[in-house]
Design a protein. Structure first.
Length: 186
């Protein structure tokens, strides 16, 4: 499994990127990175505070810099923030530096998974369900356009999602190994 490229998990909040990312990294014996957690550690502040003080634009600037830095490492599994795909620069660097996996889920599942989470500034309003629906309408096409693989996470155990990802990424990279082998024989 060492020959697999970097694996970048994208998708909406509540899709399971952190949980699945940790399990996937452990299974592949790789370092796990969570871009949001790395931003918080670097800033010494949580994301809601960054949003309050710097606004979404300030947070997105920090996110782009962090994604650029982390995606240059090798043999990592990285979970990105739900809005990472909003910038073309982020989408491009993820596509260029690894295999991008979209963890797709329904808005209903997101609501169940995020209902008590106070660390999600975009949901701190009177109608978080509508926010999630609006975000889905904007971001789903970007997730799909960026992803090499789309994996549904609804009503599946994290371990079954991890096994599915490993199988599908291996299948995706196998033709590359064959092509490289043929080229070296010439």
């Amino acid at each position: 499994m060492r020959s697999l490229p970097n694996l970048f998990l994208i998708g909406p909040m509540g899709a399971g990127k952190s949980t699945i990312g940790r399990l996937l990294a452990a299974e592949l014996q790789r370092e796990f990175l969570d871009s949001d957690h790395q931003i918080e550690a670097r800033c010494g502040a949580n994301i809601p505070w960054i949003f309050d003080v710097e606004g979404e634009q300030g947070f997105r600037d920090r996110e782009t810099a962090m994604l650029d830095e982390l995606s240059q490492r090798s043999e990592v599994v990285m979970a990105t923030g739900g809005g990472a795909v909003m910038r073309e620069a982020n989408r491009q660097l993820l596509r260029e530096r690894g295999t991008v996996i979209y963890l797709a889920t329904t808005v209903e599942q997101q609501i169940r998974r995020t209902s008590r989470d106070r660390n999600r500034p975009l949901l701190q309003n009177d109608n978080p369900e509508q926010v999630l629906r609006d975000l889905f309408a904007i971001r789903d096409p970007l997730y799909r356009a960026t992803a090499d693989i789309v994996v549904r996470t609804d009503r599946r155990s994290p371990r079954s999602v991890v096994a599915d990802i490993i199988r599908r990424v291996s299948r995706l990279t196998e033709p590359l190994k064959v092509k490289a082998s043929l080229s070296s024989q010439r």
